[in-house]
Design a protein around this ligand. Structure first.
Ligand SMILES: *[C@@H]1O[C@H](CO)[C@@H](O)[C@H](O)[C@H]1NC(C)=O
Ligand SMILES: *[C@@H]1O[C@H](CO)[C@@H](O)[C@H](O)[C@H]1NC(C)=O
Length: 250
């Protein structure tokens, strides 16, 4: 299948056509909630060195092509196409919505390179198209806006997993897989949402959803820009950008 065709399918441009050749794949987009990441990671989270402030929203944390027959990720394309960071520098929203807030502070290139090596090169898309497709997929879901519209907000509140899924069932006619992590007060918290789309770009329930442990109600942790430290490396660690009131001794 040609790359351009694959992209048009994914973007839903050809979505209405029943005549699309099915090459037996589907896509999975993983979206990470940074508030949970910052809370659960012992190193905390760090401000990227890109100079662009990451969004206060879910970030793309994975965009994977799956074999629809085996439900296994399509891999092993590592040598197919080398990663060229220059191809993607001007992609709108890349720095904001596919941010690497891992410490120490970094420019995200390693993150994007890994995504390309693991999945992108196997996606049938050109490098730039792969990243743009993932971001477009994310923008169609627009998870935080949808959740907030149903009063599910990152406010330390507890929300039903079912209620979270139902927001998307109503909005995009497909349920996400919800992944939790251990949050504060010994509660499970919303960490990642996984969405699937058929090759046509139509959202579908993930065919072989991985089971993650969550409680019935999970905590939605706040995310504030001040949670991002400016930790360049071990020597620079003494001078992080942390505002007063962040580190609370218990
Ligand atoms: C999916 O897996 C099957 C069985 O291993 C294989 O025959 C097929 O070519 C794979 N399809 C794709 C698109 O990789
Ligand atoms: C760590 O940061 C300091 C100050 O920014 C810099 O001079 C040094 O080269 C950095 N070291 C490494 C290993 O990146």
């Amino acid at each position: 299948m040609g790359s351009r065709f694959a992209l048009l399918c994914l973007l839903g441009v050809l979505g209405a056509s029943p005549a699309i050749a099915d090459s037996g794949i589907y896509y999975q987009l993983a979206l990470m909630w940074p508030g949970a990441y910052c809370e659960q990671t012992s190193a905390g989270c760090c401000k990227p060195t890109t100079g662009v402030s990451p969004a206060s929203d879910f970030y793309v944390s994975g965009f994977t092509v799956y074999n629809a027959t085996t439900n296994a990720p399509v891999t092993g394309c590592n040598n197919a196409a080398p990663f060229d960071p220059n191809e993607i520098t001007d992609i709108q929203g890349l720095y904001q919505y596919w941010s690497s807030i891992k410490c120490p502070s970094n420019n995200g290139k390693k993150n994007w390179k890994n995504a390309w090596k693991q999945s992108g090169a196997c996606s049938g898309l050109e490098e730039k198209d792969y990243f743009e497709a993932a971001l477009y997929f994310r923008s169609r879901i627009n998870p935080l806006v949808r959740l907030k519209a149903q009063h599910i907000e990152p406010d330390f509140g507890l929300y039903g997993v079912k209620a979270i899924k139902n927001v998307f069932k109503a909005g995009i006619a497909a349920e996400p897989v919800v992944q939790c992590s251990k949050g504060p007060f010994d509660k499970f918290q919303l960490y990642q949402l996984y969405f699937c789309a058929a090759e046509s770009g139509k959202f579908i329930d993930c065919p072989a959803p991985k089971q993650y442990t969550c409680s019935k109600e999970i905590l939605f942790h706040p995310f504030q820009k001040w949670m991002l430290k400016q930790q360049l490396n071990e020597t620079a660690a003494a001078d992080p950008l942390v505002l007063p009131g962040v580190a609370v001794e218990i």
